[in-house]
Design a binder for this molecule. Structure first.
Ligand code: PLP
Length: 430
């Protein structure tokens, strides 16, 4: 694996110019965030590292869970370049090979029993397709979980349980129950209330702040779905593609959902792509009529080449095993640092594989720690449905020196945070 740092790419634009354009044509709010997080432009990336226009290099432990392969994995990059140079987007009339080969690769690694694939562009679109597929089977009622995150298109937003994102767009889809994540009694109560339901759930809530349910929860939810004749949609958009150290969160409990959603790492970090994978029984309507749910660029060869190569790259480089080992090392390192430097500011460090959350006592503290980390050239994620949790989603291609860099940056940032806030009183949360 070539893990050398990306060369400092020259950018013709400077930070101030881009900030102004962002304010004028994109979003003032977006510009404000960037202003807080430094005065430099991200211009290139390679492996675990990002390079800015002035040549500074940042370790990428963020990227919203996309970069399990790191940036520009050579196998994926080559496959995509080759596809661009041959047939990037197809006529959609003639049969072309890449989509079928990508589907075959995805089914090969998917939980047993899932046989059909519908490709899309974003995670939200995969959720949307699943909601529509459920409707073809009369499942108009949806059960989601508190703090669950499934995307922000209208259907997906309806099951993304956060008032901040939902309220400006009401009314959303009706007939939705929202139950506590991890609470089987609540799930059973909701399922009892009526037939023709579908449950949508993540194996571990990512944007919800790396919330890990009790052991056996997923298997028990599946059993409840069978008992009450409900469909199970498992959203593996953030947890899948090896991030947890197995292909899918479902693999920890040998669960086969009726529908599984994939995205993020499915792209190999190169071409936006997502997928909805389903059992033959559930996929019937889409199987019969290929026009019932379509999108111009769905299954475009350029994205399909990326999917097949992304799966092969994880297999060839054994990235799932690496995710387990690196995740353990990083989690233990973070825990050690917290214990010795800022235990009064942190509620918990938790995670599996390379999905690790650090929950602080307030969103303000999480924001302050993210800023300290960025100052130390380490990029992490905030959590869209859990403001007090910062999330590490680094790549599985990190070297040992990258891990040392990550842990040293975290330690130094925690020491600075503890100096700023020597007690919880000083934070103003108690
Ligand atoms: N589902 C999960 C579990 C996610 O984490 C995300 C995004 O973070 C989505 C769905 C939505 O994906 P996208 O942002 O690509 O629409």
């Amino acid at each position: 694996m070539d893990n050398t740092l990306a060369p400092a790419a020259k950018s013709s634009a400077d930070f101030e110019q881009i900030l102004q354009l962002c304010k004028q044509h994109l979003s003032k709010g977006r510009a404000k965030i960037s202003d807080v997080f430094g005065t430099d432009l991200e211009v290139s990336s390679k492996g675990a590292w990002i390079t800015t226009s002035n040549g500074t290099q940042y370790l990428n432990a963020g990227g919203y869970g996309v970069f399990i392969h790191g940036a520009r994995h050579p196998h994926v990059e080559q496959a995509v370049i080759q596809q661009i140079q041959t047939n990037p987007v197809s006529s959609r009339i003639l049969l072309e090979p890449t989509a079928a080969l990508a589907a075959e690769a995805l089914i090969r690694i998917a939980p047993k029993g899932l046989r059909h694939v519908h490709f899309a562009g974003s995670g939200a679109e995969a959720t949307e397709a699943a909601i529509k597929l459920c409707r073809t089977l009369g499942r108009t009622r949806l059960i989601t979980t508190k703090n669950g995150y499934h995307g922000k298109t209208m259907g997906a937003l309806s099951v993304t349980a956060n008032d901040v994102y939902q309220s400006p767009f009401q009314p959303l889809l009706g007939d939705i129950d929202c139950v506590e994540f991890g609470d089987l009694n609540a799930m059973e109560d909701a399922l009892k209330q009526g037939s023709k339901a579908a449950v949508i759930i993540e194996p571990i809530q990512g944007e919800g702040g790396v919330r890990i349910p009790p052991c056996g929860y997923l298997k028990a939810v599946k059993a409840l779905c069978v008992k009450y004749d409900a469909l199970l949609i498992l959203d593996e958009i953030q947890t899948g593609m090896g991030r947890l150290g197995r292909w899918w969160g479902a693999d920890f409990e040998q669960v086969t959902p009726d529908i599984m959603l994939c995205g993020k790492g499915l792209s190999g970090g190169i071409v936006p792509v997502s997928a909805m994978v389903a059992t033959p029984d559930v996929f019937k309507a889409f199987n019969r009529d290929p026009f019932i749910h379509t999108s111009t660029f769905s299954g475009a060869p350029i994205a399909m080449a990326a999917v097949k190569a992304a799966i092969e790259a994880i297999e060839n480089d054994d990235l799932t095993t690496k995710a387990t080992a690196l995740g353990k090392q990083i989690k233990e390192g973070l825990e050690h640092t917290v214990r010795h430097n800022c235990a009064h500011l942190v509620k918990e460090v938790r995670g599996i594989g390379l999905l690790i959350g650090v929950e602080l006592h307030s969103p303000g503290l999480a924001g302050a720690l993210i800023a300290e980390l960025i100052e130390r050239r380490l990029i992490v994620n905030y959590s869209l449905n859990a403001g007090a949790v910062l999330r590490f989603t680094p790549s599985a291609v990190m070297s040992q020196s990258d891990v040392v860099f990550l842990l040293e940056a975290f330690e130094s940032a925690c020491i600075a945070l503890a100096e700023q806030y020597p007690s919880l009183n000083s934070v103003g949360v108690i």
